[in-house]
Design a protein around this ligand. Structure first.
Ligand code: GTP
Ligand code: MG
Length: 209
């Protein structure tokens, strides 16, 4: 390897918001993390930041019910940005009214939040994208946000199955300008540097040299 990989040097929880108007008033560019309940959003944030309990994770779906903001400092390249952990969608065991309320909160955040430069959509590597994943992708296309597709829990499948899923996700979900899907594991840290490099591309100014 001829160059060092990017790495997170520090990360901290900033605040929680139940609605977009409670979001922090700061200048940091934001990357939001979305995906169905239990897909591994909070675990991805912890793996990326290398802090075990920064974002609360759980075996029970529906753990993250608020929008949580984390300030993250990265070295090589050096930059600071904000990761936003969104409540998961498609969790059947919360009431319809509550699901609709979350849906509206997520939708308005994705459509209106000024600081937001890209969205990581997480899909479980073991299962093809669900109708809800497709619906979220349509919202995202409508919001004109670039999407980083992240295939989670890659440690649970063979390398071949992972590559097949990468192809499926590319065909089913990607727009021409979206980066190629990243195979990710919070257990063995596969995909951490790749994802940080993609994030750097969205939150650091482009060099002209
Ligand atoms: P909600 O907040 O409920 O929407 O869930 P979430 O998407 O934040 O999922 P969370 O990170 O809490 O993880 C859900 C479960 O999947 C936990 O039991 C995690 O330990 C497990 N998990 C997450 N990522 C991985 C991974 O990369 N590999 C494996 N094997 N398990 C994972
Ligand atoms: Mg969570």
């Amino acid at each position: 390897m001829d160059k060092e990989s990017p790495a997170v040097i520090s990360a901290k929880f900033l605040t929680s918001a139940a609605a977009i108007n409670q979001s922090p008033d700061h200048d940091l560019l934001e990357i939001a993390i979305t995906g169905r309940s239990n897909v591994g959003k909070s675990s991805l944030i912890n793996a990326l930041c290398n802090i075990k309990k920064l974002a609360k994770t759980s075996k029970t779906p529906g753990k993250t019910r608020l929008i949580n903001f984390f300030e993250v400092r990265v070295h090589n390249p050096d930059f600071t940005f904000c990761l936003v952990d969104l409540p998961g969608y498609g969790y059947a065991r919360v009431s319809k009214t509550e699901q609709e309320r979350w849906g509206k909160t997520i939708e308005s955040f994705l459509l209106k939040r000024r600081n937001l430069v890209a969205v990581g959509q997480l899909i479980d590597t073991r299962h093809p994208p669900t109708p809800l994943d497709h619906q979220m992708r349509e919202w995202l296309a409508h919001s004109r946000r670039p999407v980083i597709t992240v295939l989670t829990k890659a440690d649970k499948v063979s390398r071949l199955a992972g590559e097949n899923m990468r192809r499926t996700a590319t065909i089913e979900l990607l727009s021409p300008y979206d980066p190629a899907p990243v195979l990710f594991s919070a257990v063995n840290r596969q995909g951490v540097s790749e994802l940080l490099e993609i994030i750097a591309g969205f939150v650091t100014p482009t060099k002209s040299d």
